[in-house]
Design a protein around this ligand. Structure first.
Ligand code: PLP
Length: 475
């Protein structure tokens, strides 16, 4: 594929001192007098260019996307339609409360819905992503202990955790203490007791954890933590597994975030935007980032008057468009949100059972919405998990998450989600079995993959150190 520069008739572009473009209120000495170097071509050619680029992109509408931990489910188009209504889309964030009652009502009702779903007592919609919610939550932990006059410096994080957990705690000024997983892929209680000292502020947990396994001892853990005067933070990235069945409040958590873009259907393949609202128990309410939306019986307000608020963590409303999508998704499903989790868990267990005799399974437990395989058996024969991922691309599917969680060698983390039917799952299973067979019979074909993608096999190191845009576009 050619770059837009190669498709252009003229790449000189304009100069701002051309008589035609002269801006009379800026002194000439500040105006660019060399050509700006932009491509020049027709509107039609620009459209063709971007259409061609978008055709090369992978998305859920193109194929199966079992990217573990990311919940790449189908996002119903009705949510897009509602978020794009003129009254939402073209709202200026600086408008007064009385002029945006409808949008504030939507935010208030979303807060209420998230309170019900998480069991928490108060919610702030501010954070713009999961990691941002974690950071806000850690700031709350910090402020909570400062207010109590306690100096607690440590945050405990399991070795299976997502990398954003230690990063967020560290950014908020805590020292990280790792706790080991046991043979069942769950937090090892004895190891936890060893690291649970007086200066521990909190533990950050994901449940089900990043191995897709439910932490059975979560109540014992929350009792231990609370007895120690420590708090529990819940990373809600895996909420798709538990909706309507249980919630972090019942498990004993004090602060949670939810990734609206994962669980509540916002497209998020390209890195955003997202939203990571946080919920807290009554005792933490006074620390929430401001504003939260309140209702006085007549009007909805943005309330900045929160006693010990950690302050605003984003400008204005947060990522409002994502909030609209999440609210519409929640309203559309209502009590059937429970079925989302049910089907997500069923799909994952079905695939796990079909694949576990062909790939090593490090934790052969019933899984939740995702499961982790190891490519160790294939690696012994010279085929790495990376090779397998590339080979999968030849079948038009997005590879699963690989080499994460870090505690599993050659990890493949597979999350089918609830929005795929059995036929799609079976096709993926067949492809995985076919690849396992190729490892024995025809490893060359795997080593040369991918063959059917616009970009073929790249040199991983060179591609990162010396990116060649033209090559990336598949010549
Ligand atoms: C995705 C994810 C995060 C981070 O969420 P972002 O919205 O990408 O910032 C944190 N923890 C887990 C387990 C995740 O899967």
């Amino acid at each position: 594929m050619k770059t837009i520069f190669e498709k252009s008739n003229d790449i000189d572009g304009i100069t701002l001192i051309d008589e035609q473009y002269k801006i009379d209120f800026i002194d000439e000495k500040y105006l660019r007098n060399d050509k700006i170097g932009l491509p020049q071509t027709s509107e039609l050619n620009v459209l063709r260019h971007y259409k061609e680029l978008s055709d090369r992109n992978f998305c859920i509408e193109k194929g199966f996307y079992p990217l573990g931990s990311c919940t790449m489910k189908y996002n119903p188009k009705v949510n897009e339609k509602l978020a794009n209504l003129d009254g939402f889309l073209n709202l200026h964030p600086a408008l007064k409360d009385e002029d945006v009652q409808g949008s504030l009502e939507l935010m208030f009702k979303l807060q209420e819905a998230l309170k019900t779903i998480t069991g928490m007592d108060a919610v702030s919609l501010q954070p713009a992503a999961g990691a941002h919610g974690e950071f806000s939550g850690m700031m709350i932990v910090k402020k909570y202990f400062e207010t109590k006059g306690e100096n607690r410096k440590k945050v405990i994080i399991p070795d299976s955790a997502h990398g954003t957990n230690p990063a967020s705690a560290k950014m908020a000024g805590f020292d990280i203490v790792q706790v080991k997983s046991n043979k069942k892929g769950q937090i090892d209680i004895d190891s936890l007791k060893e690291v649970l000292t007086e200066d521990v502020a909190a533990i950050m947990m994901t449940n089900p954890n990043t191995l897709g396994i439910f932490e059975e001892n979560v109540l014992e853990i929350s009792n231990l933590m609370h007895k120690n005067g420590s708090l529990l933070y819940y990373d809600g990235a895996n909420f798709n597994a538990i909706m309507g069945y249980t919630n972090p409040k019942l498990m004993g958590f004090d602060i949670v975030h939810i990734n609206l873009h994962k669980t509540f259907a916002t497209p998020h393949g390209g890195g955003g935007p997202g939203a990571g609202p946080i919920g807290v128990v009554e005792e933490m309410k006074e620390f929430l980032p401001a504003p939260v939306i309140t209702f006085d019986g007549e009007m909805y307000h943005r309330n900045y008057n929160i006693k010990n608020s950690i302050g605003a963590v984003i400008g204005y409303f947060g990522n409002f468009g994502i909030l609209v999508r999440a609210y519409s998704y929640i309203l559309m499903l209502g009590k059937y949100l429970k079925n989302v989790s049910e089907d997500a868990v069923l799909n994952a267990n079905y695939m796990k059972e079909k694949l576990k005799n062909h790939y090593k399974i490090p934790y052969d437990e019933p899984c939740m919405h995702e499961f982790v395989l190891s490519g160790d058996l294939q690696k012994e024969k010279g085929i790495s998990t990376l090779n397998i991922a590339k080979r999968l691309m030849d079948s038009g599917v997005h590879p699963p998450t690989i080499y994460f969680p870090l505690i599993v060698h050659e990890a493949m983390m597979i999350e089918p989600t609830e929005t795929e039917d059995k036929k799609v799952l079976d096709e993926f299973i067949d492809t995985m079995l076919q690849i396992a067979k190729e490892v024995e019979e025809n490893p060359e074909i795997i080593l040369n993959s991918p063959n059917n993608t616009p970009v073929k096999k790249v040199d991983e190191t060179l591609a990162a150190r010396k990116p060649d845009l033209k090559y990336v576009m598949g010549n």
